[in-house]
Ligand binder design. Sequence first.
Ligand SMILES: Nc1ncnc2c1ncn2[C@@H]1O[C@H](COP(=O)(O)OP(=O)(O)OP(=O)(O)O)[C@@H](O)[C@H]1O
Ligand SMILES: [Mg+2]
Length: 347
Amino acid sequence: MTDGIELLRANRDRLVELIDRFAQATVLVVGDLTLDEFLNGEVERVSREAPVLILRHEETQQIPGGGANAVYNFAQLGAKVKAVGLLGKDIQGEALARLFSAAEIDTDGIFWDVDRPTVTKTRISGHSRQSVMQQIVRVDRKSNELPALELQQQLAAYIRDQIDQVDAVVCSDYGDGTLTQPVIEAALEHPRTIVDSQKQIPRYQDAMIFTPNLPEAELAVGYAIENAESLSRAGRDLLRLTHAQYILITRGEQGMALFDRLGNEQHVPAFNRTKVFDVTGAGDTVVAALTLGLIADATVWEAVVLGNLAASIVVRRFGTTTTTAAEMKAELEKMIERSELSAVPNR
Ligand SMILES: Nc1ncnc2c1ncn2[C@@H]1O[C@H](COP(=O)(O)OP(=O)(O)OP(=O)(O)O)[C@@H](O)[C@H]1O
Ligand SMILES: [Mg+2]
């Protein structure tokens, strides 16, 4: 069977045992904290001030995005999370802090940045009376400046202070300036550091594992990954560039490839390629389930399988970018059951 279900069936009891241990983990996540905002309304008419639509506001949704989505994924999977990062002194920052507190996320490591706004992406969408919602425009708030040196040092000091009390450190770097060199150096003092970074991956020397997606891996190695050969080469080059123990390249609907220092390369197919609705944020879910697997004493391969299982749940849901331990166990059983049913010969 090539759909990867065999892998789940052979490891069912072990995977359930590992998922059951997620709640015992304490993780520190340093990330570019982002607020995703959705403003929805019904189209009333065309304005007289300008040739634009006027929407009657119906609802505003606010959810954690970017590194904040990584933080949120850990909390939803049942782990204790210490969030580390920066929020602007604005209503968006307050909204994100409230979302975190409601999810019982420790926010002692979040510092208020008076110079820069909370990174916010606001999607404005409209629908007419009997049509589906459609995005009209997106408004981004962010600064191109780096945080003040003093803030960078405060983040680094907080990380150092907590490092002995957490089971892993995760860097969720969306390129918005939270992860500057002093912060990265502090994070890398933990022996189990998981790095998910969009840019400049080699800044994180000697981390345990990196989880780039395909475009991020291509950017880091400087060539296109278009076949099995260039994929293997990229895995090896990334290990050499970072001195990491493992590289996990996530490949969207193609699943994932894991590389280690002994020259081994393992592939896991995407578990659920039908009914995929929304793949945004799946990478953050992979990182969370993978990390909690590692803390629960999984082998790296078992942790990768758990990451893949968690991702297969969130890609089928519109707008939901998290899952829970209970859902992961239910999905595992469902996938095994379904494959057993389809394996019964027709009479
Ligand atoms: N179309 C798909 N069908 C099935 N599974 C998918 C699909 N897209 C993504 N996945 C699952 O999600 C994992 C991560 O996806 P991807 O490689 O797109 O990460 P990413 O680009 O880092 O995501 P993010 O938007 O969170 O940054 C994949 O390895 C796979 O398990
Ligand atoms: Mg990603």
